[in-house]
Design a protein. Structure first.
Lengths: 325, 154
């Protein structure tokens, strides 16, 4: 029997709910708090209050990858009047490396963040936190304009290693996504979460922020109605048709184009991925299962058609004596 | 007789001649309750239970309001059926409610859960047949214990 695409997608979303991994989430939250306190203690007078960004803050998270980011906003002169963004990044990296690396976590440099992956605990849980150092544009202005410069350690998209920086209001970025996701829970939020499931299953793909913004752009550009599959299909078609040319203004700085976080080749691959996916699902409904996978750790309740008489083991039964009324 | 448990999608098949046989057996003990085991087999897709026979207890106690089934001698008969060709297995229980209703009592529900949970019972969804009997005839009620709850077939 062909897969019921709506039922399957509903199950994908249900199985990826954050609350199904509450214990792991609690550990992430606790560790994030610990890192925040350590940064505040180390950079007492040069750091504004660190805050949460990432998909958890934006209410678009899935439980197979929490995507917990901790923004660390530094004062303009935190690393000397002539201190560079690289100085900031390397200073924070060294602090976190010395404190955690080889002791309880692996600490590594990433595109604009510093990744901390803690060793598995007794439950097999692995906590991953990304710390994103940022620096205010002008001394003392952060509390008013919320704008930060980030250091680009590793080239991504059109941003070259070390040679450029991102300038944005991260608070505005988070608020933009969160507000849309919460206002349109059955459309924008569900589609973003499905695209994240697709990306995690694939093992690579655009940055989450790109997927979030292009989904919102699709909803703003087209009339998207129907059931969850019809909505998803329309967004996939939009990405297929527009990934190579779309402009995605950064809600934190309209001068930034988030589409620039991908190279032209990466955009072509994304368009091609969408085309292949749509073609394959049109040919066979069952293909949706390979692109949007249920989190097998939290399967959906058994459906009627899946119910069976159960056999515990082979062999004759020896039913106990019993009293009936 | 073909029945379906709509809540969970499981089916059940039983011949009317077997029901007649059970009624006649029950009436030999009227106005007291009586009962025994149900035997049969499952379909290949494990969605249908075919009830094909009964095994009666050697020892039992009963009154107008209860029936206690003993287990003596039943295992040997069940093993014989299991190794026969075609194979039959234990699929559940039946008993009468003389001049009563076909619905299960709390004692019946508890008994079926005990059977489901029992380590020497190799099936997990035993069927319960209650025959509401009187000299005028009988009304059967079929139920299955599925995931710790008793569901009725229609």
């Amino acid at each position: 029997m062909a897969t019921d695409k709506v039922k399957h997608l509903d199950c994908v979303l249900e199985s990826h709910k954050i609350r199904k991994e509450q214990a792991l989430l609690d550990k992430h939250t606790a560790k994030r708090g610990e890192i925040k306190e350590a940064l505040e203690a180390k950079y007492t007078n040069t750091l504004y209050a660190p805050f949460n960004s990432g998909s958890l803050a934006k209410n678009t998270a899935v439980n197979t990858k929490f995507d917990i980011d901790l923004m660390a906003p530094f004062k303009r002169n935190a690393f000397g009047s002539s201190g560079t963004l690289e100085d900031m990044y390397e200073n924070v990296y060294k602090f976190l490396y010395d404190k955690y690396h080889g002791k309880e976590a692996v600490v590594r440099r990433q595109k604009v963040s510093i990744g901390l992956e803690f060793y598995a605990d007794a439950d097999g849980h692995v906590v991953k936190i990304d710390v994103v150092p940022g620096r205010e544009l002008n001394q003392g202005e952060y509390l008013n304009d919320k704008r930060l410069n980030l250091y680009v350690y590793e080239q991504f998209g059109r941003f070259e290693k070390g040679a450029d920086h991102l300038r944005s209001n991260i608070h505005a970025q988070v608020k933009h996504i969160r507000d849309r996701a919460e206002a349109e829970r059955d459309s924008v939020r569900k589609i973003i979460r499905l695209l994240k499931v697709w990306k995690i299953g694939k093992g690579s793909g655009p940055k989450s922020f790109f997927l979030e913004l292009i989904t919102i752009k699709a909803f703003d550009s087209k009339t998207i109605t129907g059931d969850i599959w019809e909505k998803l299909k329309t967004v996939l078609e939009y990405i297929r048709d527009n990934a190579k040319t779309v402009s995605l203004p950064d809600p934190g700085n309209s001068g930034n184009d988030v589409a620039d976080t991908m190279t032209d080749s990466e955009k072509s691959w994304l368009s091609s991925d969408m085309d292949t996916m749509l073609t394959n699902i049109a040919a066979s409904d069952d293909m949706i299962k390979s692109y949007f996978r249920i989190n097998e750790k939290h399967p959906c309740p058994e459906e009627k058609q899946e119910n069976r008489y159960g056999v515990k083991r082979e062999g004759a039964s020896n039913p106990p004596a019993n009293r009936f009324g | 007789m073909n029945l379906t448990c709509k809540d969970i999608g499981l089916r059940l098949e039983v011949e009317n001649t077997l029901l007649e046989q059970l009624y006649n057996t029950g009436m030999k003990h009227y106005p007291n309750e009586f009962g025994g085991l149900l035997t049969g087999h499952y379909s290949e897709d494990m969605k249908t239970c075919h009830i094909t026979g009964t095994l009666l207890p050697q020892k039992y106690k009963s009154s107008r309001y209860y029936f206690e089934r003993g287990r003596e001698g039943l295992l040997e008969k069940l093993e014989k059926l299991y190794h026969a060709e075609p194979r039959s297995i234990y699929v559940g229980e039946w008993h009468t409610h003389p001049d009563g209703e076909k619905g299960p009592s709390d004692t019946d529900k508890q008994a079926m859960q005990t059977i489901s949970d029992h380590e020497e019972v190799t099936i997990s969804c035993p069927v319960l047949l209650i025959l509401a009997t009187s000299p005028r005839g009988y009304t059967p009620g079929f139920y299955v214990n599925f995931k710790n709850k008793l569901y009725e077939y229609e």
